[in-house]
Design a protein around this ligand. Structure first.
Ligand SMILES: N[C@@H](CCC[C@H](N)C(=O)O)C(=O)O
Length: 289
């Protein structure tokens, strides 16, 4: 009889995840196993995996264990490791509530990008304190076919290139990563956002995610877009002294992002658990070979 490994499926604005609860860090999840789980035909399907581990039981979470009980070991759909996943943190918190580990209200989640404060509201939305954006110097350019755009380099713990475009259709099919230059700008790869204006402080975006392809939403990407839009609009909160709130529509829903004068960014949006079940341990082991 093969071992059974519990999983759940969840999403935040349709950025979808396979959730693997593993408090003691006993389930081996090499990159090939993650890619097999995320495979939409031969596996469960997802943009990434949320491996739920007690911070004290994970080598990368241990130093944060005094501040946060749980560590989000996030992986992209191709099995690669990323520093942060904004939608992932919201879905991670929803899982903790669903499993009875936490109640609605405030909690802390340890991530590779540091400890994030989370608020689970009564109305169901989840807010994450995303920390501050970094805006590395240097111009970058995003190209799709014959078109190129200057892009803003925004780091939300993970790297983003934000391009304002006239029409989201100009991003094309996004089956492959859009080239971003100069070639050495992002040695570890980059998430690319294409943005159009819908109204005052209201934008829509598409995203090609490093390690996952085009997704229906990206939380860190939406924050990067809000930051880039605020700088473009002369609404940098550090300069104006007032918070800047942007509504960011993604193909899978809507996120609301507020940057405060001290640079701290909060993101609010939905987080949903849709299913739970068991993974066949033999299948996963074979998939990982
Ligand atoms: N979908 C995520 C971002 C996941 C990580 C990203 N693909 C990377 O490699 O940096 C989000 O909601 O932020």
């Amino acid at each position: 009889m093969s071992t059974r490994i519990a999983f759940l499926k969840g999403h935040g604005t349709e950025n979808d995840f396979v959730i693997v609860p593993d408090p003691e860090n006993a389930v081996g999840l090499p990159p090939a196993a993650v890619a097999a789980l995320c495979d939409r035909r031969a596996g469960i399907g997802g943009d990434g995996v949320l491996h739920v581990v007690r911070a004290a039981a994970h080598p990368e979470g241990r130093s944060m264990a005094a501040e946060a009980e749980w560590f989000m070991d996030y992986r992209n759909g191709d099995g690669s490791v990323a520093e942060m996943c904004g939608n992932g943190v919201r879905v991670f918190a929803r899982y903790l509530q669903h499993a009875g580990h936490v109640a609605e209200g405030d909690l802390a989640v340890a991530t590779r990008g540091g400890v994030k404060s989370v608020h689970i509201a009564k109305d169901g939305d989840v807010t994450v304190g995303m920390g501050r954006a970094r805006l590395p110097e240097g111009d970058v350019t995003v190209t799709v076919g014959e078109r190129s755009w200057p892009a803003r380099n925004v780091n939300m713990g993970n790297p983003h290139a934000v391009a304002f475009v006239a029409d989201l259709a100009h991003a094309g099919h996004l089956f492959t990563p859009p080239p971003v230059g100069p070639a050495d700008a992002y040695p570890g790869g980059v998430n690319v956002e294409f943005v159009v204006d819908l109204g005052p402080r209201h934008v829509a975006m598409r995203v090609h995610e490093r390690g996952s392809g085009e997704t229906r939403s990206c939380g860190t990407g939406a924050c990067a877009v809000a930051v880039a839009a605020a700088r473009r609009d002369g609404a940098d909160p550090a300069v104006t002294g007032t918070p800047a709130t942007y509504t960011v529509d993604v193909p899978g829903g809507r996120l609301v992002i507020t940057e405060r004068p001290d640079g701290e960014i909060e993101m609010t949006g939905p987080a949903v658990i849709v299913a739970e079940g068991e993974i066949d341990g033999d299948w996963l082991e074979n998939a990982a070979r």
